[in-house]
Structures are given as structure tokens and as C-alpha cells.
Ligand binder design. Sequence first.
Ligand SMILES: Nc1ncnc2c1ncn2[C@@H]1O[C@H](COP(=O)(O)OP(=O)(O)OP(=O)(O)O)[C@@H](O)[C@H]1O
Length: 615
Amino acid sequence: QENFLIGFTKDERNALLALKAGFHNAFLDEKWQSKNCYDWFGLKCNGTVVGVTLENLDISGEIKVDALYNLTALSILSFKNNLISGQLMDFSNNVNLAQLDLSSNNFSGPISPSLVDLVLLESLQLQENRLTGQILPFDQPSLKEFNVSNNNLSGPIPNTSILQSFDDSSYDHNLLLCGPPLSTICGPSSLVNDTSSSSNNSQIGHILVIVNAVGLFILIILLFTVYKKNKQLDQKIIERENIAVKYDEEKGEEIPSELPSELPSEIPSQVIDNKAKATKQDQENLVFVDGVAEFELGDLMKASAESLGKGNFGNAYRVRLDDGRHVIVKRLRDLKPLSRDEFMNRLQVITAHRHPNLAPPIAYFYSKDEKLLVHKFTANGNLFNRIHGGRGTSDRIPFRWSARLAVAQGVARAMEYLHMNPNSQAAVPHGNLKSSNVLIDENNMVLVSDYGMTSIISNKISAQRMVSYRSPEYLASKKVSKKSDVWSYGSLVMELLTGKISSHSDPKDNTAVDLGSWVHRAVREEWTAEIFDLEIMVQRSAIHGMLKLLQLAVRCCDNSPVKRPEMSEVVREVESIKLPSVESESEEDLSADRSADRSVDRSLTDDSMSATPSR
Ligand SMILES: Nc1ncnc2c1ncn2[C@@H]1O[C@H](COP(=O)(O)OP(=O)(O)OP(=O)(O)O)[C@@H](O)[C@H]1O
């Protein structure tokens, strides 16, 4: 059989087929088949495989540690910007490797020691993963490019001449990394071996990272001592800045001109009130949106934290404060190059939006190396998990029609408010509405989160990663608008009604469907009633309301943006859908023998539906 292969050896082909089997990628399944290496997408071969370049393909799945053993001639390897998870591979057999780019994936665990022995290695790009443990003492003179920024690495940067020759951008955004070339000073705790690096139990998705609280505390004390020394000097600078702010306010200073045109041309009055407050606090601490400092940056840093995974704007952590309260901390990355003032201004615009169905950050932080958003923790998770979580297990609490309708109404109200905001004349598109950005709090209130981020995230990243339900015009222009929000709302409602995962929001899930086309087909082929999630289909008396909501969702997902309704019209329509009487719903629930969830469902419905002071 080997005689029939062109461009690569049998062992290499088998290794690549095994690699493909670990990925869930329809594109590769199609393109990596033939016996001719030259037909394979992303390969470079000359009798043997010398290059594998698979970038921006939404590849998910894991790579086995020994996956590259038989690719002995490999010189270039890039899996840049995919969703690959698992530990880094063993590169001991890839002695020709010169360029390795695994950036923007979900790799976890330690940096593979085999990389230190690659004497031809010129470029190592590991940024934007979830790597833990320490940086190894790379010192091969061949190394010209090196980047491990945006990981969870810890400890001192080894003092080799090669590693010290790269500037701090190669190391930025690793919360526990220290020593030159970073300006963070190493405390005694940094010298303790990081236990997380040796653990082999890194999981795909949500990894629990318990931060060594004692060690960190010592580090914080050291950092604060340094801060305090600078404080007196800073005080003078702050006083000067306050004078400058007052002067700007008197002149009626406007938001910098680079703001997107959809943002308000004037700063809302509430924002101006906050501005002086913010300027006093923001030098080295959190800026609280309501002006009351509930805790300090140091409290966050010494607390234990659980990683919730990597979102489009950075890593999110659930942090447990000393008083037992939980908050969510998001470490932002891929921002526009904003000055402190610009960042503060934009956050003030975002946080000035107040509506019972919105979840703005409660605090934010800016420093050269770190930008953070702090949110209240919402105890009942997100809508994605409510719709899809625990299916087929005894843990699953059925998600009934009344509760789903309440979600559709709450989200619609929040979106209408963002589009119309009566208080500040600010009208912003959300830009990233999806089920994981709809949160459910302890009172079962529906809260829309992560809105307005286009004003701070770099244009390239927003275009690549935001908007999980992609409208046709967004795919063409890469710009979010109110009408692309309406499309997203329609898709979210389809997800809510069908219980299907959208392939746009989770390409790696093989049960996912292109919701828009799937629903359109169902309507066209007249099997409409069958498309509803079984959990609500049993509620026969509600079928009329479900059909009405489905029709609205279909209109929101019209290919032509002008034919889509405005959010205000959507709110009117979704609120006109009546719930079936409590009696008939209860009877149906009883007949489905699933009455256990009644209290949960009714509370979700009642609470979120009653919270409508703005209407
Ligand atoms: N305030 C919060 N309370 C509880 N869970 C939250 C909160 N904010 C976010 N989460 C959850 O944490 C996880 C990560 O959130 P994050 O916003 O970083 O990413 P995402 O929602 O997956 O994507 P994107 O960055 O596009 O919004 C998600 O499952 C999200 O639902």
C-alpha cells in the first residue's frame, strides 16, 4: 500500500489520520483522505511531511501527547487560533522543528520539556492558552521569537540570555509570572514549585485552579509595600489630574472621536458624575460603578479562584471573597490600544446602562498589564446550561414553556433598552447576544451580560470572534448593528424553543444545527409543531403561544435586515403572548409526570415578568 502513497510515508499518513480522528472537523474529514499528500489541506510535503498549517479552522478536540512521534521531518507546525485542548505534545522526535505556533487554543498543563531541546527552534508561539506551571530555561540561540503571554503561568522567568532578550509583551497577562523582563517583583511564594504544573488531571473546558492563597498573600503584601512607597508621589499626580478633569468637564469634553458612531455623542450625566470619583480611585485599585468600594484588588488577588474558561474577551474566574461572597472576574485581552482615560470613559458608557434585565460590571480595573471587569456572580448559571445541561440525566429539571417565555421576554426588554436607552440617549448594539451571555440569578431573574464590548475589544478580534449567531450581513461586513442583534435574538429564541444547539455558537458539538436554516426548512415543509423541544411539546395548551413566538423568531432571522422588526416591536409581540392558565399547565405537567419542577418554573416566570419598571 505504501507504494501508492505520494508525498508522505505510511507512518506519517497514519499519524495524520490519527490526528484528524481526534479533531471534530468536517472540513478536515473531507480534505484529509487521499493517498496523495499534495491533496491534503495545510500540508507541506516533499516525500516526507515538513509542514502542517491548520489555522482558524474552529478545530476542537484533543491531540495525544505522542501524536507527532512519526512526523520526524516536521519543520513548521501551526494550529493557531482553533479550540484544541489537552496537554502540549511531546516534541522529542521533531528535531527539525523551527516554527511552532499553538497560540489561541485551549491547551492546558505545563510547557513540554521536550521544547527546550529543539536546537533548531526559531519561533515558539504559545500565547492565549491555559498553560500552567513555570517557564522552562529556554536558551537555544536559534530562538528569535517567543511568546507565552495570556496563559496561567507562574513563578520567575528563568534568567537565560535568550529569555531575557524578549520584552514584557512575550510574558504579559500571566497573573503569577514575575521577575525581569516583567516589572512584577518575585516574592518568596514565587519560588515555591507550582503544584498545578505537575498535575496531569487538566480537564477539557472548565478547569479548577485553586490559587495558593498564602503564597499570594505574601506576594500581595510585597507589592503593596512597593505601591505605598509610590503613593505619596502618585497623590500629587492625581491631584493634578483632578484639576485637569474639572477643567475638561467645564469645557464639556466629549468622548474621544474613535468611539464607534453608534455610541452616544455626549457622555450621559451619570457618567460625568462618576468621572471625578473614578479618577481618584483608579490609579491602582478597582473603580466601583456605584462609587462604593466593596473590596480591593488585593482582596481579589488573595482569594481562591475557579477558572470558568476562556471567553472571547479573556479568561473568566469565579472568585470567593473573604466574606464568602462570590464575584466573577474577567481578565480582558485583545483590547483596542486604549489609554487609561479612554478605557475608563468607555467602561463608564457601558456601565451607565441600567435595566433590571441587564448585568453590568460592578467594578473595573486598568493598569498597563492588566484590565479587569468584575461582575456580580449569578447563582443559577447561564441560559445555555439551562436549555442544554443535564439532558438525559436524573439531574435535569425540565425547562417549561412559562419559564422559557419569561426568558424571551426578559431578553427582549434588555435588548430594547440597549437599542433605545431612554436615560442617556445612548443606543448601542449588544454585539454578542448568545445563550451563555444570558444569566439567571438567585431570584431567577434573566440578566443579559457582556454588552457593548465592541467599544473596547480590538476590531480584528470582534470581527473574528464575537456574534455567535452570525447574520448574513455580519458575515459579509463583520460589523455589529441593531439589526444583527435582532438576528441574534431570533436565533436565541429558536434555541430556546427547539432545545437545539446552534452550530455557530458551538461548532464542535456534532448535535448542533444551523438553527436558522433548520427552522426555515421545518416551517416550509410544514412539520413545524414537531420542532419544539419535547419538554415543552408536552404542554399542548401552550402550542399556540409557541407557534407565535416561533413566527416572531423567524421574522427576526429574515435574511434582509430591513425586514427584521425593531426590538420595540419584538417586545410588544413577545409580551402579547399569553401564558396558559396555571391549572391547564399543571395538569399537563402532572400528565407528563414531571411536576417536581413546578416551583422553579413559576418563580422564574413570575420574577422576571414582574421586573418591568421601565415599561
Ligand atoms: N456574572 C456571572 N455569573 C455567573 N457565571 C458567569 C457570569 N459571567 C459569566 N459567567 C459564565 O462564565 C463563563 C465564561 O464567561 P465569559 O463571558 O468569559 O465567556 P462566554 O460567555 O463563554 O463568551 P463571551 O466572551 O463571548 O461572552 C460562561 O459560562 C458564562 O456564562
